[in-house]
Write a protein that binds this ligand. Structure first.
Ligand SMILES: [Zn+2]
Length: 411
């Protein structure tokens, strides 16, 4: 045995030792006595599957303030700023920032990220840079790339060909942005084109879908219908779906079962949705986050994504998926104990499932897990504590000492 994690607590409250050999979990039992090369004392601490971020933009991360900050705080000014930045940045610049972010994320226990990569950069630097990053981090971090036509599948000249070029170069997933096309009709056509391309190539689909406060932005309906028509069930995700926040309840009552029937996953991004949406409202101001509890109740797979860290759309973010889940459960009013436990799953097991990863604390799975300085998932959400140990593919890749505060208040 290479590593023995001793005395930990699983998410269900049961005590467990975890044995690791050859990069695989070989035992999960209440007490393991065999010798190991390395013993990690996890007494009373939560042993968890790693954090997984199913929605990120690694080509833009850590670029905040370049060429200037987003004054309006809107999605559209962010897209315009990114349009300027992508003309200026070099491949080396993108690689350096992405690797910096990957190190920060791994330190927080994030061992898989699905990153959209803008393919509408005509010189293709973003794709080449992130393919290099995927290769360089692969032993530690699963980086899944989405061919994302940021400026529109049809609206940006040549974007469709660039999506195909990116897939030919090894990008994993077909992306899109139907609400940014010139018309609703063009948006619907782009959804169809993306799904047909994925079906022809046996790939997954993840669209930026209805990231809008417009209740009439209904591309998720087309996405679900195309998924069923093409037999893509279980391979398709709609990211954001913020328009659903503002839709008529009667229409949503028809839409939710359609999404469930199509097995289309939903990936809202709470930190970003709560800051980009509602910008044109006076009061009351809409929250923008999609209908998370209602989607879950309808049987839809829902994961929370990070989306942005210090980029043209968001000045904050730390790569900590507990911060994402913390915001998500607040905005979605998911404060019942079972809902908070679900929020924890929405940044661990559920995004791993959406990305098709074999993570999980079970014998025979990859030995990728984390030990947190908290006894259970709800305390982890409350405290967002140190990731005491991060183990990826059977190797300890990060450790954090808990911060200690000496109080001398005198009462
Ligand atoms: Zn995004």
């Amino acid at each position: 045995m290479d590593i023995l994690v001793k005395g930990g607590v699983l998410a269900d409250g049961s005590r467990a030792d975890v044995a690791i050999a050859g990069g695989i979990i070989t035992a999960v039992e209440p007490r393991i006595t065999a010798q190991a090369g390395e013993v990690i004392d996890a007494t009373g601490k939560l042993i968890s599957a790693p954090f997984v971020d199913a929605h990120f933009h690694m080509d833009a991360t850590l670029s905040y303030g370049r060429p200037r900050v987003n004054a309006s705080g809107t999605l559209l000014e962010g897209i315009a700023l990114w349009g300027e930045l992508k003309q200026q940045q070099t491949r080396e610049d993108i690689v350096a920032r992405a690797l910096d972010y990957c190190r920060q994320a791994v330190g927080q226990g994030v061992l898989a990220i699905r990153s959209h990569v803008d393919v509408t950069d005509p010189n293709f630097r973003t794709v080449e840079a992130l393919l290099e990053v995927r290769q360089r981090v692969r032993d530690v971090l699963d980086l899944q790339l989405v061919a994302f036509p940021q400026d529109g599948w049809y609206r940006a000249p040549g974007a469709e060909a660039q999506v195909i070029r990116a897939l030919d170069a090894g990008v994993d997933v077909v992306g899109g942005i139907p609400h940014f096309e010139r018309t609703m009709a063009a948006g619907a056509t782009s959804v169809r084109a993306a799904c047909e391309l994925a079906a022809a190539r046996g790939l997954r689909v993840d669209l930026h879908c209805d990231e809008s406060d417009d209740p009439h932005s209904r591309h998720i309906e087309t996405l679900a219908a195309e998924t069923i028509r093409l037999g893509l069930q279980g391979r398709v995700a709609g990211s954001h779906l913020t328009s659903m926040h503002s839709m008529d309840n009667y229409y949503v009552a028809k839409l939710l079962p359609l999404i469930a029937e199509a097995q289309v996953a939903a990936i809202p991004n709470p930190l970003i949705n709560i800051t980009l949406q509602g910008r044109m409202d006076s009061y009351p101001k809409r929250r923008g986050l999609t209908r998370v509890p209602e989607l879950r109740a309808a049987g839809v797979t829902v994961a929370f994504g990070q989306d942005c860290v210090r980029d043209p759309w968001y000045p904050l973010g730390s790569g900590d998926m507990l911060e994402v889940a913390h915001m998500g459960l607040h905005v979605a009013l998911m404060t019942a104990p079972d809902q908070m436990r679900a929020a924890y799953q929405m940044v661990t097991d559920t995004p791993a499932q959406i990305m098709g990863l074999d993570f999980g604390l079970e014998v025979g799975k990859r030995a990728s897990l984390i030990v947190l300085d908290a006894p259970d998932p709800i305390e982890a959400l409350r405290l967002r504590p140190a990731r005491l140990a991060v183990i990826s593919n059977g190797r300890v890749v990060a450790r954090t000492e808990p911060a200690r505060c000496a109080i001398s208040a005198g009462f």
